[in-house]
Write a protein that binds this ligand. Structure first.
Ligand code: HEM
Length: 326
């Protein structure tokens, strides 16, 4: 089933049904929980960067960018690291525009079997990973049903994989193709959190192809005076446009780590569906950037920026290779 067609997935739910599910899992996604995840995320980053370093250069940092979120999601789910590649294959299938329907259906069925077995295993042998908290999470007496749990696991795997890989690859692309920004971070690490927001705004993981997809439930007159969106019409808001509105972000093509923090760039969405994993995402990106600055201060692209390969045919757009030297 296509991601956009699945009515049980958090992103596609509305009103009370959506609120109820968010309420149940909210406690697993607090800023505190994201902070507590720092040591395990750092450990994954260190191990992956050990591999990069020992492999010598040029190295393809896309391997790192893809494996970090996958390994972390595997830990969240309490599944073996080796299953990460399989999780990634499912995510790529769900996000693809290009796959035949039968391949999509097979990916959905295989995943459901996998997730059901995982939940059974966790119920029999509870642990302390985030999935245990989600299984046990409840709002007063309310818990997730079996099918809701499977959909929630699917949502987390989708939400937390390509987004992070693309955010890492796009941010590094910006920093290394305009290396004065890399130098600025080396000189002043306190800029890293602001840099992450600015890099996401400037070169968003969703690129031009993804945005917030909505169905108008009432007629809305546009404040620009350019017309009315009628109830029942579909609306697509490309996130790249939101972050490049010159009325909100003067000189939007410029990367500036000192932009006033007055406006949301919408890169994590807005309103009721605001990204549940936003705190985890920020921690993953901050630790990644700091680890790379620590270990590879002389990091440079190994090829001219125009020669880097970009993905096609998927909701998320990122690099497919990121050769670097140091
Ligand atoms: C840089 C990384 C990330 C970006 C840019 C991002 C972006 C977004 C955006 C734009 C939305 C809103 C979509 C909409 O309203 O249609 C969203 C929702 C969501 N994200 Fe993220 N995300 C990131 C990382 C993560 C991570 C790490 C997780 C979980 C581990 C996650 C889980 C979710 C979930 C569950 C939702 C659905 C929330 C709902 O529908 O109520 N995201 N994300």
């Amino acid at each position: 089933m296509l991601l956009l067609e699945d009515p049980t997935i958090l992103l596609n739910m509305h009103g009370e049904d959506h609120l109820r599910l968010r309420r149940i899992v909210a406690s697993a996604f607090t800023p505190r929980r994201a902070e507590q995840a720092r040591p395990e995320i750092s450990k994954i980053i260190d191990r992956l960067l050990d591999d990069v370093e020992s492999g010598g250069h040029p190295a393809d940092l896309m391997t790192f960018a893809r494996l970090l979120p996958t390994r972390f999601i595997s830990q969240i789910l309490g599944v073996p690291e080796e299953d990460g590649e399989q999780l990634l294959e499912w995510v790529s299938a769900w996000l693809s525009f290009a796959l035949p329907r039968e391949d999509l259906d097979r990916a959905a069925n295989d995943f459901s079997d996998y997730a059901r077995a995982l939940v059974e295993r966790k119920r029999a042998e509870p642990g302390d990973s985030l999935i245990d908290h989600i299984i046990n999470a409840h709002d007063v007496e309310d818990r997730l049903s079996e099918n809701e749990l499977i959909s929630m696991i699917r949502m987390l795997i989708i939400g937390g994989n390509e987004t992070i890989a693309n955010a890492i690859s796009r941010s590094l692309f910006s920093l290394l193709s305009q290396r004065q920004h890399w130098a600025a971070l080396l000189a002043d690490r306190s800029l890293v959190p602001a840099a992450i927001e600015e890099l996401l705004r400037h070169n968003p993981p969703g690129g031009g192809t993804t945005g917030l997809i909505r169905l108008a439930t009432a007629d809305v007159e546009l404040t620009s005076g350019s017309g009315v969106i009628r109830a029942g019409q579909g609306v697509f808001t490309p996130l790249v446009a939101a972050g490049h509105d010159p009325a909100v972000f003067p000189d939007p093509e410029q990367i500036r780590f000192d932009r006033p923090k007055t406006h949301s760039t919408m890169q994590f969405g807005a309103g009721r569906h605001y990204c549940l994993g936003v705190h985890l995402a920020r921690v993953e990106l901050e630790l990644t950037l700091n680890a790379l600055l620590d270990r590879f201060p002389n990091l440079r692209l190994a090829v001219p920026p125009a020669e880097l390969p970009w993905s096609e045919g998927s909701y998320g757009v990122g690099l497919t290779g990121l050769p670097v030297v140091w």
